[in-house]
Design a binder for this molecule. Structure first.
Ligand SMILES: NC(=O)c1ccc[n+]([C@@H]2O[C@H](COP(=O)([O-])OP(=O)(O)OC[C@H]3O[C@@H](n4cnc5c(N)ncnc54)[C@H](O)[C@@H]3O)[C@@H](O)[C@H]2O)c1
Ligand SMILES: O=C(O)C[C@H](O)C(=O)O
Length: 306
């Protein structure tokens, strides 16, 4: 499998590193617009190959899309990250132009590619990628829910004082500080509802901390996070490579699912060799449905800025 990662910055490089360490891809091509930057990151990562025991060949190029030809998967991380105090939506004016041009370049050389969109505001950038490329809807996946769900599990594990591997849970809705919907009602610890262990106040705390997970890290780091985002993308790429049909909440183009149309929003999706193999419709209660509608309305407002 050949994977292209556009943007060799914090998230792009972390994603390339996790893909290589998991050793399932033959080749990763890093692309950046900054002269020599992707080449440098690729060389640095390749010098970890003998230490970390991987065979994946990582190369870097400066804006040369011919080197990305026939990629099976392409990850778009190019664009600016937010600074403390900003929302993801404020990045739209810079990132829309970058994502559109990158997506167009990618499909010229890899018409059969599956695209994973990471750049923010992610749901709107995923929608833009659909409009710019016209690729079938199963072949464009927005990464947000996989990360938000990992953060949800982290916060649940913290509240439960247990390992994150004991916890299951998912976050749907928009990848934004207000639009995320951590589904505490469905979260479990080894199949036992978390509400058996945590009271409503504790669950509300977990929910709110999950929603602002990206903002909390941005405040601490001065820029947005990269390890968990890179790990989340690499897990999705691995599911495509292995056709494993794993379920990740992902930003998918909706055509009536969850009562929404012509919008990309986070919903549970089965990920395999064809990208989005299936959107899973779970029964939401009235409050969750209402939140999902509000989240869609907010993403639609951002889409209108394109
Ligand atoms: N969806 C998510 O869950 C999620 C998670 C983390 C970060 N992000 C987003 O990912 C993006 C990247 O974040 P980062 O921390 O890696 O930023 P970064 O600044 O470290 O890296 C971005 C890279 O993109 C490159 N770039 C800019 N324009 C380009 C172009 N036209 N072609 C190729 N490369 C180009 C830059 O030179 C830079 O190296 C941001 O928009 C951020 O908000 C999303
Ligand atoms: O918070 C951000 O701006 C980056 C990313 O969307 C994240 O959730 O880490």
């Amino acid at each position: 499998m050949k994977v292209t990662v556009v943007g060799a910055g914090a998230v792009g490089a972390s994603c390339a590193e996790y893909i290589a360490i998991k050793n399932f891809a033959a080749e990763v091509v890093l692309v950046d617009i900054k002269e020599g930057f992707a080449e440098g990151k690729a060389m640095d990562l390749m010098q970890t190959a003998s230490l970390n025991g991987f065979d994946t060949k990582i190369t870097g190029v400066t804006n040369d899309y011919s080197k990305t030809a026939d990629s099976d998967v392409a990850v778009i991380t190019s664009g600016i990250p937010r600074k403390p105090g900003m929302t993801r939506e404020e990045l739209i004016s810079t990132n829309a132009g970058i994502v559109k041009q990158v997506a167009e370049n990618l499909i010229k050389h890899s018409p059969n590619v599956i695209v994973i969109v990471v750049s923010n505001p992610m749901d709107t950038m995923t929608y833009l990628t659909h409009k710019a490329t016209g690729l079938p809807k199963n072949r464009i996946i927005g990464m947000g829910g996989a990360l938000d769900s990992a953060r949800f599990k982290y916060r649940l594990a913290e509240a439960l004082d247990c390992p994150a591997s004991d916890v299951d849970g998912l976050v749907i809705g928009g990848h934004s500080d207000t639009g995320m919907i951590p589904l505490t009602r469905l979260a479990t610890r080894n199949s036992v509802p978390v509400s058996s262990f945590l009271n409503s106040e504790q669950l509300e705390y977990v929910k709110e901390e999950t929603k602002v997970g990206g903002a909390t890290l941005t405040k601490l780091l001065g820029t947005s996070a990269w390890y968990a985002p890179g790990a989340a993308v690499s897990a999705m790429v691995q599911a495509i490579a292995g056709d494993s049909k794993k379920m990740f909440p992902s930003s998918c183009m909706l055509s009536g699912e969850y009562g929404q149309k012509d919008i990309c929003l986070g919903v549970p999706a089965i990920i395999g060799r064809n990208g989005i193999e299936k959107i899973v419709e779970i029964a939401l209660d009235d409050a969750e449905k209402q939140k999902f509608t509000e989240s869609a309305d907010a993403v639609r407002k951002t889409n209108d800025l394109l």
